[in-house]
Ligand binder design. Sequence first.
Ligand code: ATP
Ligand code: MG
Length: 599
Amino acid sequence: MLLRMSTLFLRTLRDDPADAEVPSHRLLVRGGYVRRVAPGIYSWLPLGMAVLANVERIVREEMASIGAQEVHFPALIPREIFEASGRWADYGDALFRLSDRKGGDYLLGPTHEELFTLLVKGEYSSYKDYPLALYQIQTKYRDEARPRAGVLRGREFIMKDSYSFDLSEEGLQRSYQAHRDAYERIFSRLGFDYRIVFAMSGAMGGSASEEFLAPTPSGEDTFVQCTHCDYAANTEAVEIAGPPAQDGSAQPASVVLDTPDTPTIATLVDRLNSLDWAEYGLPEQQFSAAQTLKNVVLKTHQPGADRWELLVVGVPGDREVDMKRLAGQLEPVEVEQAGAEDLAAQPDLVKGYIGPQLLADLKVRYLVDPLVVEGSAWVTGANEEGKHAAFVVRGRDFDPAGEIGAVEIRDGDRCARCGSPLEIARGIELGHVFQLGRKFAEAFGLTALGPEGKPVTITMGSYGVGITRAVAALAEQTHDELGLCWPRAVAPADVQVVPTGKDVAAVAEAERIATELVSLGVRVLLDDRKASPGVKFKDAELLGVPTILVVGRGLDDGVVELRDRRSGERREVPVGDAVSAVHAEASADQTSGGGASAS
Ligand code: ATP
Ligand code: MG
């Protein structure tokens, strides 16, 4: 493949686009890979298409390696199909809806569970047909609330989505594992530094949902990783280790204290530390917010239930409740903050002074964060206006109905696996593997006739990779201050051959080297423009092709210069060895190949 810059449809830009917030956006636009049409909507130019094609090729190869077969669905989908799954309503504002000339309602597919399920239902009927895995690489539409960072979060974007269809739970586990393994190969071959993070808490069934994240400071997703072992989870799914259980019997009996006007934890701690403890027959005491127990009143709604129920969650007073984390664990039960009207039904709950001592009697469900360990002693509400109780011990003075990870995670919290400190990091979600189960098979009646003639409902897995996002995420992870810096496997070319100066000999020599390289299967971008060396070098740095071959002044001494774009390392090579040297670099990475469609 030989791309000539003299005719390539490419104009690089010297200035950053005004709306660019992150480096990948800035560089992909400046390098002429993409152009913006509207917020979250981009055109792909020849160099961008070359990178995209390489990503797609690797994804296709790995899908084929696990026996997944490629199909292609329309993006334009009639409303009825999304009505049947409930998603016409559930998807909300993120769904692009439109109508045809006859007034029929349509949508532009945000994902394609419905169509895959229907397709398989139409073709397959016997248990002998399964297992099955299908995928497509297709344009998706989501009216994102905040399209962002160029193609990282688009409103139109390309996704590889696959689905597995199995007869049994064990089958689903196997299909899930095969996809997970394929994703590991895909993201390694693409050249990513990535983490696999739990996206659903272990409590909900282990590996049912995992995300592949590319750690980068500009990422939108927050996740937690262990500084010692390989545990990683997104902040909704993370589990942390609590302190060891304590011996509560060593604690003094609980005592009710006068604490008027202490509506917040800070005012309570001040009051506690200025109390005359002798009045309570106790020695001087010092408390911190971490020793108070904050009881947050929420309400939950079971699917199909006709009313909401109160739920109180206890967390250490120096911690906030993370509603997203709670919601992730309670799903499909909904959870919200309780309002004044919800509390009105329980007049014994005194706002600001709620303690767990009374909740069991009131039949209000009470859960604690695992940081509130068995035997631990707390200062908490005494269920009376202006009063708190101290030395309230879990297991002695109250018994929660259970534990739920509720606190907002902090740097330094302990890993539930190995006890080492956790750290919070940011990343970009590259892909998602998910055990969907029977939700869509049930909605559409996807069953197979079993060996005894009984129908079996199919269980599904769903697996996505953001193709366009992967290009931007790679740029994000690999760029440097000079420009893009592609891993060879996705680079638009293996080598950029740069003749410098007006010397015809240099141009002719560059042409000769380029032609020989192409005949060896090396993908060459030849800068045959009539431009100054400075312009050519700047562009080569911006475009990010991994090897740069400078054919110029050194020719008089019989040498050319080979530059490594990433390390910046330069070495002189005799002209006669130029082809073999570049060829060696290009073949060093066995995962390279493919190429631009233009040549
Ligand atoms: P996010 O949390 O980033 O919105 P998601 O969880 O909604 O993503 P999925 O439905 O799991 O995404 O889609 C599968 C993959 O598609 C994601 O892992 C991501 O790589 C990609 N993707 C999702 N939304 C977008 C988007 N707006 N632009 C580009 N890629 C996207
Ligand atoms: Mg996801």
